[in-house]
Design a protein around this ligand. Structure first.
Ligand code: ITT
Length: 190
């Protein structure tokens, strides 16, 4: 079964293809012209906006979107919905989070991922959500993964997500949890 994965982020596509490896689903990128305006006020709304934009350019295909972000407790949930636009380069985003958190002792944070699946008529079939708890490191560490992985220490470990192998991240991440629920739902469609 081919499903369009509504993203412009190649790291996400790579992760979801690794996580779903062995299932009957193959995720492919949307047709040309995919350019969602992520102006929703929740992860759920932005996930739906991306799924609908993928359906607009790949009409007749099932479409799955992932909207995700990092929420830091002491920063009132920031960067949250704005994780992708929090600062210029990824290094600048990491530097900004480390400096904004410097005066705080509470470093608790979580990654959130909300996935929305549309059927071949563009109607919502299922929404799933995954969270991964942790805290923000005092300095960055690790080379794997993407985004904020080098500053996110996974709860119960002393490793950042970027210190972990991709295999391990893809078992415990917010994306892995949301996708696992989604794949179980997709199984029921057969
Ligand atoms: P698409 O919208 O095209 O899917 P994007 O990167 O803009 O790609 P989001 O709007 O969902 O995706 O923004 C999510 C941002 O949150 C992403 O750019 C990263 O900075 C961060 N993020 C999400 N998942 C992450 C992960 O697993 N590890 C590290 N950072 C992550």
């Amino acid at each position: 079964m081919k499903i369009v994965f509504a993203t412009g982020n190649p790291h996400k596509l790579q992760e979801i293809n690794e996580i779903s490896n062995g299932s009957a689903v193959e995720f492919v990128l949307p047709n040309e012209g995919f350019n969602p305006e992520e102006n929703g006020s929740t992860f759920e709304e932005n996930s739906l906006i991306k799924a609908q934009e993928a359906f607009r350019v790949s009409t007749g295909m099932m479409c799955l979107a992932d909207d995700s972000g990092l929420c830091v407790e002491a920063l009132n949930g920031a960067p949250g919905l704005h994780s992708a636009r929090y600062a210029g380069t990824q290094q600048e985003k990491i530097d900004k989070i480390l400096s904004e958190l410097a005066p705080h002792t509470n470093r608790k944070a979580k990654f959130i991922c909300v996935m929305t699946l549309l059927d071949t008529d563009g109607e919502v079939l299922h929404v799933s959500k995954g969270e991964c708890q942790g805290e923000i490191a005092k300095s960055q560490s690790g080379k794997n993964g993407f985004g904020y992985d080098p500053v996110f220490i996974v709860e119960g470990t002393n490793l950042t997500m970027a210190d972990m192998s991709e295999d391990v991240k893809n078992k415990i991440s917010h994306r892995a949890k949301a996708l696992s629920d989604m794949l179980s739902f997709i199984e029921t469609l057969k």
